[in-house]
Design a protein around this ligand. Structure first.
Ligand SMILES: [Zn+2]
Length: 424
């Protein structure tokens, strides 16, 4: 069998035949000849007239440990649709790429699963090349149709670069929280970009948007999709309650140390921090207070029991937090609005500053919080995604530019399936 025949069978390059094989120090170079005479613009327009010609090399998947390069003539055409001179499309690579489609698909598949250093080392290409490939593969894999049929969406911010930079991420509640859009920044203007891309008709079809308690996303949604019901995501409510617990702990600790009684009728002042004193009781309470009661360890249960028996201010704060969480686990027949209003009244009278403050915030967002309960919407899928994006960042894909991180977000959380060359 001739070498070219062997390579033709082995590589099966779409739309081209191998005409020669060279073994060079950089790797195996296979020369290709195109079967089609017509030139096709990446836009789809085709012609027989050639503007000019040159030779280009594409890196293919390694043969064993040897690099493979495909060399072919590539022509430019004067495209009437694009009204400019463009380089023709080739069947084995994406426009503008210096790697074959197979090579790029393997990079993208690995990038969904592996850190950037490993991918670039395994495939012997630079970080920049990996980032460029991911961006190109994602651009080809996503199109505007993903924005069709959006009815219930969730919006959240995601921090990267150690919390100095933010992305706004929009996910589809009806497609398992798949990311449909991501943009740099976290202000109203960022989310407005998404609504603008969605267009008026599709904005008008939005039924519900779940978001945080900040003003930015609410404002953008009010302006661009006024008919959509704004729901406050339960995650943010519970998170805020957790923060109020932390503040109460610090406050109780400081007041106990200072010997002042924390407010509350049954708390007695105690100047020392001997065992069993209010200050001593506060130590090691943090996780017991914040954890889901169903998942408490015995020692944490004991901590809470101790607080309960002494009617500690932290116990009252804890009960308030759990009663707020009960809003999301009400049995059928219990009205969420009655539950929330009763809670607001109790929290506001609690004389625990952080809880009073919490009640004010909750009261301000009462309608949105109840809407989320009624519609059963939660950004928890988005929060799962938050950790996914942190993982992407951690794997080294998010350090450089927002664009690279956005491409990776689509690749890993946008429901894109990459077909491996071996799986076709
Ligand atoms: Zn064109």
């Amino acid at each position: 069998m001739r070498a070219t025949t062997a390579f033709n069978k082995m590589l099966a390059v779409p739309g081209a035949d191998a005409t020669g094989v060279e073994f060079t120090p950089t790797g195996i170079v296979v020369s290709l000849r195109r079967r089609a005479r017509r030139l096709t613009c990446p836009c789809g327009w085709s012609t027989r007239s050639v503007y000019d010609r040159s030779v280009r090399c594409w890196r293919g998947l390694d043969l064993g440990a040897t690099r493979l390069l495909l060399r072919a003539e590539i022509r430019r055409l004067s495209c009437r649709a694009c009204r400019r001179v463009r380089t023709e499309a080739v069947p084995w690579a994406r426009p503008g790429a210096r790697h074959t489609r197979d090579f790029e698909d393997v990079v993208a598949w690995l990038a969904q699963r592996m850190d950037k250093t490993s991918v670039s080392r395994l495939l012997r290409c630079s970080w920049e090349a990996v980032a460029a490939i991911v961006t190109r593969v994602v651009a080809a894999a996503i199109d505007d149709s993903r924005l069709d049929g959006l009815y219930r969406i969730g919006v959240d911010e995601i921090s990267y670069r150690k919390g100095h930079r933010y992305l706004t991420v929009v996910a589809d509640h009806d497609r398992g929280g798949a990311v449909v859009w991501a943009g740099e920044g976290r202000d109203a203007a960022t989310l407005e970009q998404f609504y603008d891309q969605l267009g008026e008709a599709r904005c008008a079809r939005l039924q519900a948007v779940s978001l945080d308690m900040g003003n930015a996303y609410a404002k953008a949604t009010r302006t661009k999709a006024p008919q959509a019901r704004q729901c406050i995501d339960p995650f943010h409510v519970v998170q805020l309650a957790g923060e109020a617990i932390d503040t109460t702990r610090r406050w109780a600790w400081n007041t106990a140390r200072a010997g002042r009684p924390p407010s509350g009728p049954r708390d007695r002042p105690n100047r020392t921090t001997r065992k069993g004193s209010p200050a001593d009781q506060i130590k090691h309470t943090r996780w017991a207070l914040l954890k889901d009661p169903a998942r408490l360890k015995d020692s944490q249960r004991a901590v809470l029991e101790n607080l309960r028996r002494s009617r500690h201010v932290l116990w009252r704060a804890y009960v308030l937090k759990e009663e707020l969480r009960d809003l999301y686990r009400l049995q059928p027949g219990h009205r969420p609005d009655t539950h929330l209003d009763a809670w607001l009244a109790r929290a506001c009278r609690s004389r625990i500053p952080a809880m009073v403050k919490l009640s004010r915030t909750i009261r301000r967002h009462r309608d949105g919080i109840l809407a989320a309960v009624e519609l059963g919407l939660s950004n928890s899928k988005l929060e799962g995604m938050n950790s996914k994006i942190r993982l992407i960042n951690h794997r080294g894909y998010g350090h450089h530019t927002a664009a690279a991180l956005i491409a990776m977000t689509y690749l890993c959380a946008g429901g894109i399936t990459i077909q491996l060359p071996t799986g076709r």
